[in-house]
Ligand binder design. Structure first.
Ligand code: MIC
Ligand code: SF4
Length: 646
């Protein structure tokens, strides 16, 4: 039997385990990336490991999320990360240089390498044939210290692309189509591998848009072949030597297959408040739009913004629409500035933002009350924009630009039936002067810690009995933005867990933080796909700080489940989903012989709901290593115990 690309990459990097889906494997990590919102905690954890220098081939720290310096906090954190890079041998991408995934694709990504990033959209690198996985900061820290990355061997889904995208239909529409087929939880436990004759019709930025938003499917990662198109992209970046061809064997076997005919697609839009709530733009046409935001790691490449410039050229943004454009990287902005496209965008009335995440993470540009915002981003979770009652729609740059001009949802095919063509440049403008390379020896460098950095919580070893109340019961698809909101007001405190605690779950229940403290911690009950979305381990660290001991849910999102385990919080799954209805907030839950059950071989643990007088079987199905991490009270204790016993 032959292998697909994902299997080949896993096989090449396999440290332990076999390619059997569902089994635990570990892989060698070649590259890591962090961004600043998850980076500070990741580096504090890395420092706690006592390693002298990073052990990966390449590690890069980007500053792209917390760039609004409304007080000393963010600037202090940037200086901390920069000093960590100098001390431990990492590249440092300065604020203003761009969004981590865009810059990594342009300047560092290499086909065939593994990349672990403390950001859920790390799979963007799959656009050039990397095995790029989003994880919590602690997993990145472990990888930088030379440890393997442990994961459940995913199933591989082959997405067979045929045909060619029609004019004004975009890569964004491909992934929105897939989201409408698979839903926001359809990718859990899966790698999405793109194949078929349609692949060669897609450029690298188009492929990267698709792999980027594979995160919204809940997939472990997504990957494209590395072919002549990849080679030309790398050559245009002056990096042809980094190219390596990657293709699936003709007899490769896959666990599942989905067919998408690119020629049959049309412009699509994800409607509030989930990326899988997809409708054709044509159905929404004519509805009023208040704001349009173009940018984010999904759609801010040179090619994307050249299309936007071509649409805006010589026209004016509708008087009732605020249009903002945030280029993905300094390279993109610099090129647009030199070739005149930036002038076309500015002349049309767009508000140019710095090369950063910006509005995507609620860092400015919050819409007006009940505002309708059309964005080229990847997430439209309720409240994420910073305006609780805003309605956020996700679409392609083409749809966004024509709608900004018209003031209403507009199908771009109706304005440009012939399409607009943008050539990929033969040479990108390469100027890495905002990337500080590692020092050959950083041992004398002093790490600079500002007053914003507070110690992060570390759990205790697991006790024998759990006897706690249900602090909160939530429904399906609870995102990490619900658990630990972001935005301009909160993000500067990512290094200050005690401060963040007052915002935990407040999008679901304002009283949660106070109740958690009054009740001395407790248990969370959730529905399906609990913890979807971001990789932020703050969604585990903050509950840990508030005394949360376990989460009982119908199912979990991959990264969040791993973050819970790393923090020593037990992610239990209902053995019988109907039991979800029996439990209510305030119920007292008791689990006897907790430690023994987690470490034992029986996958089912019996919880007693003392308030209701019922027994509730829970699945505690963990790999041995995960059970040991939980028993130790989290990854840091586990690692310390291991090092002490070696
Ligand atoms: C996001 O898009 O939600 C973020 C902000 O990039 C997160 C990381 C974070 O919370 O810092 C992600 O996607 O992992
Ligand atoms: Fe930044 Fe948004 Fe991409 Fe997250 S999804 S990395 S916030 S641009």
């Amino acid at each position: 039997m032959g292998y697909g690309i994902a299997q080949k990459l896993i096989k090449e990097h396999l440290v332990t385990g076999s390619l059997e889906p569902g089994s635990e494997i570990s892989i060698k990590v070649d590259q890591t990336l962090t961004q600043d919102a998850t980076g500070t905690v990741a580096y504090l954890q890395f420092e706690a490991m006592g390693v002298d220098r990073r052990k990966t081939e390449l590690s890069v720290a980007y500053i792209d999320h917390n760039t609004l310096q409304n007080g000393f906090e963010n600037a202090d954190d940037h200086r901390y990360i920069q000093s960590v890079c100098a001390r431990y041998g990492l590249y440092f991408s300065r604020p203003g240089n761009g969004i981590c995934h865009q810059v990594h694709l342009e300047r560092f990504g290499k086909p065939g390498k593994t990349l672990l990033g403390s950001d859920s959209h790390t799979p963007t690198g799959g656009g050039i044939g990397m095995l790029a996985i989003g994880v919590g900061g602690l997993d990145v820290a472990v990888a930088m210290a030379g440890g393997a990355y442990y994961l459940t061997m995913p199933k591989i889904v082959r997405v067979n692309l045929t045909g060619k995208l029609p004019p004004m239909t975009a890569a964004k529409d491909v992934i929105l189509k897939l989201l409408s087929i698979m839903s926001v939880k359809g990718g859990v436990g899966r790698i999405i591998e793109y194949a078929g004759p349609g692949v060669k019709t897609l450029s690298v930025p188009e492929r990267a848009t698709i792999t980027n938003m594979g995160a919204e499917l809940g997939a472990t990662t997504s990957v494209f072949p590395a072919d002549e198109i990849t080679r030309s992209f790398l050559a245009a970046q002056g990096r042809e030597q980094d190219f390596r061809e990657l293709s699936a064997d003709p007899d490769a076997e896959y666990d599942e297959q989905i067919d998408i005919d690119l020629s049959a697609l049309e412009p699509l839009c994800a409607c509030p408040h989930m990326p899988d709530n997809v409708k054709p733009v044509a159905e929404l046409a004519g509805r009023k739009v208040d704001q349009v935001c173009i940018g984010s790691c999904t759609n801010s490449s040179y090619a994307d913004l050249m299309k936007v410039a071509a649409i805006l050229k010589g026209r004016t943004v509708h008087p009732d629409v605020s249009l903002s454009v945030a280029p993905g990287s300094k390279q993109v902005l610099d090129m647009l500035a030199r070739n005149g496209a930036l002038a076309d965008i500015i002349s049309a009335g767009a508000r140019i933002l710095e090369c950063a995440c910006g509005p995507c993470i609620g860092m400015g540009q919050s819409p007006n009350s009940k505002g309708v915002s059309l964005r080229t981003f990847n997430r439209n979770f309720e409240g994420r924009s910073g305006t609780a009652d805003a309605e956020v729609y996700l679409c392609s740059p083409e749809t966004a630009a024509v709608s900004a001009l018209a003031g209403v949802f507009t199908d771009p095919r109706t304005v440009f039936p012939e399409g607009i063509s943008v050539e990929m440049p033969e040479k990108f403008l390469v100027n890495d002067n905002m990337i500080i390379p590692p020092l050959a020896d950083g041992s004398a460098v002093q790490v600079l810690r500002g007053p914003n950095i507070k110690p992060f919580p570390v759990n205790e070893p697991l006790g024998q009995t759990l006897d706690k109340k249900v602090l909160l019961k939530v429904g399906d698809n609870i995102t990490t933005d619900h658990i630990m909101p972001a935005g301009a007001k909160i993000l500067p405190y990512r290094s200050n867990i005690p401060y963040l605690a007052q915002f935990c779950f407040t999008r679901c229940d304002e009283q949660f933080p106070v109740r958690a403290q009054q009740w001395g911690g407790g248990i969370i009950v959730g529905g399906h796909n609990y913890g979807q979305g971001s990789s932020r381990e703050h969604a585990a660290l903050v509950p840990l700080y508030l005394g949360v001991k376990a989460v009982i849910a119908k199912s979990f999102a991959r990264i969040h489940a791993a973050n819970l385990i790393n923090s020593g919080i037990i992610p239990f799954v209902f053995d019988n989903e109907a039991d979800y209805d029996k439990i209510e907030q305030g119920d007292e839950i008791v689990i006897e012989n907790l430690r023994g059950s987690i470490l034992g071989s029986d996958p089912v643990v019996i919880a007693t709901d003392r308030t209701k007088g019922v027994q509730i079987p829970l699945r505690a199905q963990f790999f041995d290593r995960q059970a040991e991490i939980l028993a130790a009270g989290g990854m840091l204790n586990y690692t310390k115990n291991k090092t002490a016993s070696e």
